[in-house]
Ligand binder design. Structure first.
Ligand SMILES: [Fe+2]
Length: 237
């Protein structure tokens, strides 16, 4: 199983603050049935250069890999990526391909929480026009969508993928929105968006059991198939 959205790398954002926590998070991911983890630290091009981000991320990944060397956690596949804040003009910046999940053409985009004026839609569309596949992070969480679920119609016409947080399947307030997305038939992938071992732990395995029970095994399988295809490059909208 693939976890498409994690803050597992140590000391790089508001996720894991040290290597010990990152190792525990990786062990918990394994326990939840995950074998592929996409590390997606926050990145905002308005505050940081891609070079600086890559440097920091490589160092954090190396620290985690060194810490699990010789253990069974070493076998877990760790792909480097980013949770990229959607900002005006992002699509026009050079090198945004370097923000894609490692070895893929998928870019995890975090939209503003609200005030979705035309630039938001235009930027996402521009990313698709560059032949990248935007994966819209935790689509159920934006206040803009919670206020009016129809706001999603424009994105449904674009070639992209929606990511839903596993933890949201346990929260009543997201029920209606998640049902709407599942019914839409659009591509969905799961991510834990785990940040730590306390308040935001990885619960993907439990979420998948819940999804299987509530929506059917085929839905959970479809989510995982989408993730696998995004990673191996065979994904088609
Ligand atoms: Fe996140």
């Amino acid at each position: 199983m693939t976890d498409f959205h994690t803050h597992i790398l140590p000391g790089i954002d508001d996720g894991s603050q040290n290597v010990e926590t990152s190792v525990q998070m990786l062990a918990l991911a394994k326990e939840q049935g995950i074998d592929t983890v996409v590390a997606t630290p926050h990145f905002n091009i308005e505050y940081e250069s891609i070079e600086h981000f890559e440097h920091k991320r490589a160092r954090a990944a190396e620290a985690l890999k060194n810490a699990v060397k010789g253990t069974e956690l070493e076998k877990m596949k760790l792909l480097l990526g980013a949770e990229v804040a959607l900002t005006p003009g992002l699509s026009g910046k050079e090198s945004i391909d370097r923000l894609c999940a490692e070895g893929t053409n998928c870019i995890l985009l975090e939209l503003p929480m609200n005030d979705w004026t035309s630039w938001v839609y235009n930027e996402v569309y521009a990313v698709t026009a560059m032949n990248y596949i935007p994966v819209l992070a935790h689509i159920e969480r934006y206040t803009e969508i919670q206020a009016n679920v129809k706001k999603i119609n424009i994105f449904e016409e674009m070639d992209l993928c929606f990511q839903i947080n596993s933890g949201s399947f346990f929260q009543f307030k997201y029920k209606k929105i998640i049902n709407r997305f599942i019914k839409s038939g659009k591509a969905i992938v799961l991510g834990s968006d785990t940040h730590n071992m306390t308040t935001r732990k990885n619960d993907m395995g439990s979420a998948v059991s819940r999804i299987e029970k509530k929506y059917g095994k085929h839905i959970a399988e479809r989510f995982e198939r989408n993730a696998a295809r995004l990673i191996d490059g065979s994904f088609e909208i």
